[in-house]
Design a protein around this ligand. Structure first.
Ligand code: ZN
Ligand code: ZN
Length: 173
């Protein structure tokens, strides 16, 4: 199999974690993980935890990528709101492509056992929702500046109040 990123480079077996063999590229350090192997490995919970505290540089290819096995276009799935990285998946072959550093990133975010979950509609919908909330918050932060913190404090106080509805009515009166 050739690397989907680097012309002329072949993927070779690489032990990503003890017991988890992927196909890796020596040039871009990307890895192709068979989800079948992954599920088997994950069932035995042989996770090694994050690789220390050093900064993780996780690359992320932006372009549509072809599956190195069947040459169909792979779909991109966001990992979460903590990082903008997307993982490529070929649903046809059940193989996932991780760019250099993305496996370490998954471990850092404690998602190393959630790989198949990331590819579900529910996971992706939740990310969209969280991102919307984040964007709304940023918008109001921008408008309100230093007062935003007070508004946030008031908002949590209001939401916890038994007479929240009455207070809201009064505010709009
Ligand atoms: Zn490569
Ligand atoms: Zn494929």
């Amino acid at each position: 199999m050739n690397c989907p990123q680097c012309k002329g480079y072949r993927l070779a077996p690489r032990e990503l974690e003890p017991g988890l063999i992927a196909a890796g590229c020596s040039k871009c350090e990307g890895v192709l993980i068979s989800l079948l192997n992954y599920r088997y490995w994950a069932d035995y919970k042989r996770f090694s935890g994050p690789d220390g505290d050093e900064e993780i540089i996780a690359e992320d290819n932006e372009k549509a990528q072809l599956c190195p096995k069947c040459h169909r276009i792979m779909a991109k799935y966001r990992i979460g709101i903590e990082a903008s990285n997307k993982i490529d998946l070929c649903a046809n072959c059940d193989e996932a492509w991780l760019d250099s550093g993305e496996w370490s990133l998954l471990k850092r975010l404690d998602l190393q056992d959630k790989l198949p979950k990331i590819f579900t509609d529910a996971w992706q919908a939740n990310i969209r929702k969280l991102r919307q909330t984040q964007q709304q918050k940023a918008r109001y932060q921008n408008i309100l500046g230093d007062d935003f913190e007070r508004v946030e404090e008031f908002k949590s106080w209001l939401e916890a109040h038994v007479e929240a509805d009455k207070i809201k009515q009064y505010l709009l009166y």
